[in-house]
Design a binder for this molecule. Structure first.
Ligand code: FAD
Ligand code: NAD
Length: 477
């Protein structure tokens, strides 16, 4: 029987990165994936490249550019004239980006010597892996190590079963070639806000129905409140404490009944997106006799080093505990590959950043002020608004702030929370500072180029000690 050093099941950002790193380390590696692209062809890249991070960011970029030209050009003295959009061309552009990137992984597999096995992989005792190709032909392969990276799928709810192109999940909402006049979204989480922003910018009246009373409950409260105000001001109709009870498609209209404190309300939409979270995708991943342990909720049970309950079997990415983020899965992939090769390697889960790619963007790393209070960890806070940033003013992008939290005793940076233009890029500075256990004083003493948005991080660090230079603090004397 053909024997590999490593077989990876799943070629998303967790699995394909694990496979490449294994191959770099001299391990004979194969990667099995069962995903088919839009033309029915086997594709690499998983959710992230095909129906997640990349296509959503391509559409966010295109729609943001359209809105910027429409609403922002005049502020810069640019006369844009009559403006229109071609949604079908936007979708085609997005598909091109996806194709180029998924093709890029195929090239990387080839150049690194990773065998791409097209089909479904199933873990058998041993460990062995049964690979069933798209044509139904099966083969069994032995491996010294198996890495499970089967990812996740959209959650569904009984109140809103998917229906054609009317009630869709995030995947369906990436392919409409016409702008729905009235768009409803269940869930004002990351996907709801990103896809809601895309379609609002292109002309939809967007309503988000969110079950929780608190907006963006995972974010710092101050940032969450600021975000809610900005998004409502942009025209997103965000209804909190709204639990969807029933949906029906009638004459191409979607009727949605939802419950709020005042009672049951009804709304009609042309399309509805269900964006209520994702669940681990582990169906059929392991034969019963393999004895793979799953947690409650179907996540593969792993320890801090991504080891499952079976010797030589690891699991990474969305299929295991922790945030469902591409970079978290990729880091786990690198770490597991390096541990298999006998190296010391670990994931620092405290410095995994979260980003929401709206405009303004929202990004954070570390603890929120509320979490620190709950944990009884006294902290100091410095806040710097982008309205006081020269670069943000020049860009006419003054919404938002940087908030930096540091430990009251040691001054170590414990969290950085940003809402503002390019927050997704700015957060890397904070991640580096925290990775090196930096203090607010370390950042305060660093010289940042002028004029840049990153000066906002410098000023927030100065503000911790009430010495930011471009905002007023109370006089000390
Ligand atoms: P996946 O990417 O889901 O890949 C798993 C792969 O394994 C899939 O191709 C699947 O078909 C295959 N597979 C499963 N079971 C088997 C089997 N038995 N045999 C063979 N193959 C199998 N994250 C970010 O960090 N940033 C973002 O901007 C971002 N945007 C997103 C936008 C949207 C609309 C969505 C839906 C998600 C987004 N995410 C984002 C989340 C991100 O896509 C996931 O966290 C990431 O893809 C998880 O990677 P993974 O490798 O664990 O799994
Ligand atoms: P989410 O957890 O971010 O948001 C889901 C929201 O739906 C929650 O606020 C929840 O309270 C609400 N909800 C659940 N059931 C409901 C109901 N019956 N009625 C009304 N509201 C309800 O999940 P998501 O937006 O689906 O995204 C899934 C995951 O994908 C995220 O957790 C994230 O990890 C990943 N993702 C990341 C990015 C990014 O990094 N920029 C982008 C998209 C997706």
């Amino acid at each position: 029987m053909d024997k590999y050093d490593v077989i990876v099941i799943g070629a998303g950002p967790a699995g394909y990165i694990a496979a490449i790193r294994c191959a770099q380390l001299g391990l004979r590696t194969a990667c099995v994936d069962n995903r088919l692209g839009k033309q029915g062809e086997p594709v690499l890249g998983g959710t992230c490249l095909n129906v997640g991070c990349i296509p959503s960011k391509a559409l966010l970029e295109s729609s943001a550019l359209y809105e910027k030209v429409r609403d922002g050009a005049a502020l810069h003295g640019i006369v844009a004239g009559e403006l229109s959009h071609d949604v079908a061309a936007m979708i085609a552009g997005k598909d091109r980006v996806v194709q180029e990137l998924t093709g890029g992984i195929e090239t990387l597999f080839r150049s690194n010597g990773v065998d791409w096995l097209r089909g479904s992989g199933q873990l058998l005792p041993g460990p062995q892996v049964r690979v069933t190709g798209h044509d139904g032909a099966a083969q069994t392969l032995a491996a010294a190590n198996v890495i499970l990276a089967s990812g996740s799928a959209p959650m569904d709810i009984e109140a809103a079963p998917l229906q054609g192109d009317r009630i869709v999940d995030s995947t369906g909402a990436l392919d409409w070639t016409e702008v729905p006049p009235r768009l409803g979204i269940i869930g004002a989480g990351v996907i709801g806000l990103e896809l809601g922003s895309v379609w609002r910018r292109l002309g939809s009246a967007v309503t988000l129905l969110e079950a929780q009373d608190v907006f963006l409950s995972m974010a710092d409260r101050q940032i969450g409140r600021a975000a809610l105000a900005v998004f409502r001001n942009q025209g997103l109709d965000i209804r909190l404490g709204a639990l969807v009870k029933h949906t029906a498609v009638d004459n191409d209209m979607v009727r949605v009944e939802y419950e709020v404190e005042e009672g049951v309300q009804t709304l009609e939409f042309d399309r509805l997106i269900v964006a209520v979270g994702r669940r681990p995708y582990t169906h059929g991943l392991a034969a019963a006799e393999a004895g793979l342990l799953l947690d409650e909720g179907g996540f593969i049970h792993v320890d801090d080093d991504c080891c499952t309950n079976l010797p030589g079997v690891y699991a990474i990415g969305d299929a295991v505990r922790g945030p469902m983020l591409a970079h978290k899965g990729s880091k786990e992939g690198v770490v597991v590959a390096e541990r298999i090769a006998g190296q010391q390697s670990e994931v620092n889960y405290d410095t995994i950043a979260s980003v929401i790619y709206t405009q303004p963007e929202i990004a954070w790393v570390g603890k929120t002020e509320e979490a620190l209070k709950t944990a009884g960890n006294p902290c100091r806070s410095g806040v710097f608004p982008f309205a006081a940033s020269g670069r943000a003013r020049a860009m006419q992008e003054t919404d938002g702030m940087v908030k930096l939290l540091s430990d009251e005793d040691t001054d170590e940076v414990l969290g950085v929370h940003i809402i503002g233009t390019a927050a997704s890029e700015l957060i890397a500075t904070a991640v580096m500072a925290m990775e090196f256990a930096g203090s607010s004083e370390d950042i305060a003493r660093t010289v940042f180029a002028h004029p840049t948005l990153s000066e906002g991080i410098h000023e927030a660090a100065l503000a911790v000690d009430e010495r930011a230079l471009h905002i007023s603090h109370k006089r000390r004397r």
